[in-house]
Each structure stands twice: as structure tokens, then as C-alpha cells.
Design a protein around this ligand. Structure first.
Ligand SMILES: NC(=O)C1=CN([C@@H]2O[C@H](COP(=O)(O)OP(=O)(O)OC[C@H]3O[C@@H](n4cnc5c(N)ncnc54)[C@H](OP(=O)(O)O)[C@@H]3O)[C@@H](O)[C@H]2O)C=CC1
Ligand SMILES: O=C1O[C@H](COP(=O)(O)O)[C@@H](O)[C@H](O)[C@H]1O
Length: 490
């Protein structure tokens, strides 16, 4: 049973851009298909290309056909969605031009939602433009895409400018990982199951691994990516958000204020990485020519648009520590990279060894229990544990066995929604729980800036790794120096 969301005027700035076409319009279509959009909600596409409404509708229909699975395409849904569309020609850099929005946006009848799917440098002028035509007041909401700045200082500037026009309660900073079903499931796993909540600290857990491996390279985004690198592009936001959800204390309620407060405490407790420990706690890598599967792929420096001698990292591994009571002595190993052998995003919780081994005759070292949370693909949760191998032999033989809960199989009647569907739904409902508070963004930057400053001081080039490998060998040493291994090496 579904109920519709509040009536909204959903204004999509940058509607002809990549994100809007590939992710946002398909997500809006899915919300319409599920009956979640109120009948009088308007979807207002904004771009600087002159276009009749009919041509815009054709564009949207083609986009949906391209990016939505054909089994989910439905003509009735499409017609309903087309009936909600409006198009607005507007050069966002022209502060005088925003008046045109007031012809379609009616903040007395519906909640205005302004989605900034544009280059971040336009964010301040869009805010000014909206203010110039009185569209910033409550109940208006703004949705900001990442990256939010390049470092702490620039993100503060952006946040300051936004705060000048909007109250924090109106601001929705997107981190699409927070909309993934499996990331949301972390809350259920941790706080609805006593077997985990009572074993979730340094007394039971040896260490935690978070891996976000991608097969893709920079995919034509060289100029953006070369300025950012994997640390800013993936760790500052997605990995630190996942880490916060794994490490936070139980929030007293499932609401934005409590969840965000607890995540913030984790970010504040991250031990700084500085010049004194950057060489033992981090590894940077850059892919060279290689093969991903059967496909030959160019190295980073041979990608289209590449600049010679770039030292931007496409891989990073970090040993992080959270200096608080719960996590004392438990390292969090983070690892993310482009052009890795497979797409795999997962969290591995490795439990402590038993204090005494009564099975040493058959098994001198008892393998650790593991909880593996597969964020994507093949979403699911598995527990690796030891069982007796059936048989009458004198010595008891043990084997590691896996309890595997695959979401696809277990919830076969439930479609796994794309992260953007969930997040757009939450914005329309006015729920900020899955969005990032200004303080979180700034504390995450503070930790990241310190690593970047330390890298700059050491002035070392990133270590090369072959496309299609699991990163530089130094990443293996990073964890091996502690007598541990990455999960894929076992
Ligand atoms: N693409 C993705 O997967 C992701 C994107 N993001 C973020 O989302 C935002 C959008 O990214 P993306 O869609 O890839 O970028 P694109 O460059 O593909 O799209 C940006 C859109 O903004 C429009 N635009 C630029 N300047 C103006 C202007 N003065 N007036 C009106 N429209 C303008 C562009 O129009 P025109 O074509 O006329 O220049 C373009 O359609 C960025 O902040 C990005 O960092 C975040 C995560 C993932
Ligand atoms: O935000 C980003 O995320 C994608 C990875 O997202 P995923 O949902 O496919 O895991 C990454 O490729 C991109 O570089 C980054 O900007």
C-alpha cells in the first residue's frame, strides 16, 4: 500500500545534463509508476536551450525508454508523467532571468523543491536568483549534489552562501550512498538484531574493512576527476558516510536530528592522519594500462583528455581509527579504486578469535567469524562461521560455512529501488534523515584535508597498479603489516 507524497513543484536545474537524464528523470518516472507522486505535483525542467514543451516531453520519453528497464515501462505511467512536465528556458548565470520561474512555481499551493543538478560553481548564483524572486522562503527546499567544495574552506564558503538564503532545515545535501537499500539496511541490521547490537564493539570485533571497487575508469570526466581524485570523489563522502553508519552509537530515534548527531560524533572522533603517519596509514595508487575482464583498457594517463604527469590518485587505501570507547584498538581499513577487477562494494566485519582453541588437533588456527554486508551488486548479508563436517572420524573436522541471505532471493517480490528514487521521495516528504548535515560535510573535509596536506608534504607520486588488479602491492602491505589480509585475498 503506498500513499502519495506532498504536492511539489519539483524544479530540476540542469535537466538536460547527465545526472538528470541518467538518474533523476528515471527515478521520477519510477515514483510515478509506484503511484507516489501527488496528482498535482509539477516537474519543471530548467535548461538554457530553447525548446518547446512538446520537444521536452519527447526528450523525457526517450530518456525513460533508454534508462528504464523495458519490463518496467508502462504507457499509462508515461502519459501521467508527461502531463506533469513543464519546461523553463533559463540561463542560470543570469540573475535577472529568474522571474520566469514565478510563472510556474506556486509556493502557496505546492512545496517548491529546487534540485541543483548543475556544475557546483552555479550554486551561489542560483540561490541569489531564487532569492531575487522570493522563492527561498519556507517551505522551499534545495537539493545539492556533491561535490560540496574541494576542501574545508571552499565547502564552508558554499555552505555559508546557502545558509544566507536557506535555513539548514531546508537544505538536502545528497550522498547517493545513503539512498541505497543495503546502506539503509545497516540501521536495521545493527539496531533491530540483538545478536549484532550486543557484539558491536572492540570486545567482539577485531577489525572492519570497507571496500568500494569499481571497474570503470574516469569515463570522460577527466577534467572533473583529475582535480578531485579518489579521496575527494569517494572517501570524503560515500565511504565516510558508510563508516559513520557502521560506527555510530544507537540514535535514540529514527529521525534526522538523532541520526545526524550520532554520525557527526564518529566523524569528530576520527584520528587525524598527518605527515607523521600518512606513510603507514595510507596508500595512493594510479592505474596503468591493463585488462578489466577481457577488455584492454588504457592507463589513467592515456585516457581521453589526460594531462601528462598527473599525480591524481585513482585508488586509495586507508587505515582509519575512531578514537572513542566503543572502537578503541579496532582499525577500519578503507579501500576504493577505479579499474579494479570487479564492481564490488562491501563491508566486512571480522570478529575476534576465540580465546582458547579446543579444536587445535584438527585446526591449529580457528578462522575468524565474519559478517559480510554486500552493498552492491548481489545485495545481501552473509555470515561466515565454523561448523562440524558430518562424519564418524575420531577427530572433529571443522569447516567454514556461509549463511547467505541474498536480497534478490529472499525478497524476490520486492524490487530494489535505485538510491535516487528513495532520496527524491524523502525530499518530497521533507525528511532529512538520509541527507548530510553541514557539520558532517565540514568535519569530513577536515579529516580529508589533513591527509591531502600530508601527501603534499611527502611529495610522492601515486603508486602504479595495473588496470584490472586490486591496487598497488603497498595496499596489501598496509593491512599485512598488522597480520591481516583483505577479504578478497583469503
Ligand atoms: N553525472 C553524475 O553521475 C553525477 C553528477 N554529480 C553532480 O551533479 C551535478 C551535475 O552533473 P552532470 O549532470 O554530470 O553535469 P552535466 O555537465 O552533464 O550537466 C550539467 C547541466 O547544467 C547545465 N548548465 C550549465 N550551466 C548552465 C547555465 N548557466 N544555465 C543553465 N544550465 C546550465 C548544463 O547545460 P549545458 O548543456 O547547456 O551546458 C548541463 O545540462 C554536478 O554538480 C556533479 O558534480 C554528482 C554525482 C554523480
Ligand atoms: O559519486 C560517485 O559515485 C560513483 C560510484 O557510485 P556507485 O553507486 O556506482 O557505487 C563513482 O563512479 C563516481 O566517480 C563518483 O563521483
Amino acid at each position: 500500500m503506498t500513499t502519495t507524497t506532498q504536492s511539489c513543484d519539483f524544479v530540476l536545474f540542469g535537466v538536460l545534463g547527465d545526472l538528470a537524464q541518467r538518474k533523476l528523470l528515471p527515478a521520477i518516472y519510477q515514483l510515478e509508476r509506484t503511484g507516489l507522486l501527488a496528482s498535482d505535483t509539477q516537474i519543471i525542467g530548467v535548461a538554457r536551450e530553447a525548446m518547446e514543451l512538446e520537444s521536452f516531453k519527447e526528450n523525457v520519453e526517450q530518456t525513460i525508454r533508454k534508462y528504464v528497464d523495458s519490463s518496467e515501462y508502462c504507457n499509462d505511467t508515461m502519459q501521467r508523467l508527461l502531463g506533469k512536465l513543464h519546461y523553463c528556458l533559463l540561463d542560470l548565470a543570469d540573475i535577472e532571468a529568474y522571474r520566469t520561474l514565478t510563472q510556474v512555481v506556486d509556493n502557496k499551493k505546492r512545496t517548491p523543491v529546487f534540485y541543483f543538478a548543475t556544475p557546483p560553481k552555479l550554486f551561489p548564483v542560483i540561490c541569489d536568483g531564487l532569492a531575487s524572486v522570493d522563492l527561498t522562503a519556507q517551505p522551499a527546499r534545495v537539493v545539492l549534489e556533491k561535490p560540496l567544495g574541494h576542501d574545508l574552506e571552499s565547502s564552508r564558503q558554499i555552505n555559508k552562501h546557502i545558509a544566507h538564503h536557506f535555513d539548514e532545515s531546508q537544505v538536502y545535501r545528497i550522498d547517493h550512498y545513503l539512498g541505497k537499500e543495503t546502506v539503509l539496511n545497516l540501521l536495521a541490521l545493527r539496531f533491530a538484531n540483538a545478536i549484532f547490537s550486543s557484539n558491536w564493539d572492540h570486545t567482539s570485533i577485531d577489525h572492519i574493512q570497507i571496500t568500494a571497487a569499481e571497474q570503470v575508469g574516469v569515463e570522460g570526466r577527466w577534467s572533473y576527476y583529475d582535480d578531485a581524485g579518489q579521496l575527494r570523489d569517494m572517501v570524503q563522502n560515500h565511504l565516510l558516510q558508510v563508516l559513520s553508519l557502521i560506527a555510530m552509537e544507537p540514535p535514540s530515534r529514527l529521525d534526522a536530528e538523532n541520526i545526524r548527531e550520532e554520525k557527526l560524533k564518529v566523524l569528530k572522533s576520527l584520528r587525524p592522519i598527518t605527515a607523521s603517519n600518512v606513510q603507514t596509514e595510507t596508500v595512493r595508487g594510479q592505474y596503468s594500462d591493463g585488462f578489466v575482464g577481457e577488455k584492454k583498457v588504457p592507463g589513467y594517463l592515456n585516457e581521453e583528455g589526460a594531462r601528462d604527469n598527473s599525480r591524481t590518485e585513482t585508488f586509495v587505501a586507508i587505515k582509519a581509527h575512531i578514537d572513542n570507547w566503543r572502537w578503541a584498538g579496532v582499525p577500519f581499513y578503507l579501500r576504493t579504486g577505479k579499474r579494479m577487477p570487479e564492481k564490488r562494494t562491501e563491508i566486512v566485519i571480522v570478529f575476534r578469535a576465540q580465546p582458547h582453541n579446543i579444536f587445535r588437533e584438527s585446526l591449529p588456527d580457528l578462522p575468524a567469524n565474519k559478517l559480510v554486508i554486500r552493498l552492491q551488486p548481489d545485495e545481501g548479508v552473509e555470515i561466515q562461521m565454523l561448523n562440524k563436517v558430518p562424519g564418524l572420524g575420531k577427530t572433529m573436522r571443522l569447516n567454514t560455512t556461509t549463511l547467505d541471505l541474498s536480497f534478490d532471493e529472499t525478497f524476490s517480490n520486492n524490487r530494489i529501488a535505485d538510491a535516487y528514487e528513495r532520496l527524491l521521495l524523502e525530499v518530497m516528504e521533507g525528511n532529512q534523515s538520509l541527507f548530510v548535515h553541514r557539520n558532517e560535510v565540514e568535519h569530513a573535509w577536515q579529516w580529508i584535508d589533513s591527509i591531502i596536506a600530508a601527501w603534499e608534504l611527502t611529495n610522492e607520486a601515486p603508486k602504479p597498479y595495473k588496470a584490472g588488479s586490486w591496487g598497488p602491492t603497498a595496499a596489501i602491505s598496509l593491512i599485512a603489516q598488522d597480520g591481516r589480509t583483505w577479504d578478497d585475498e583469503l
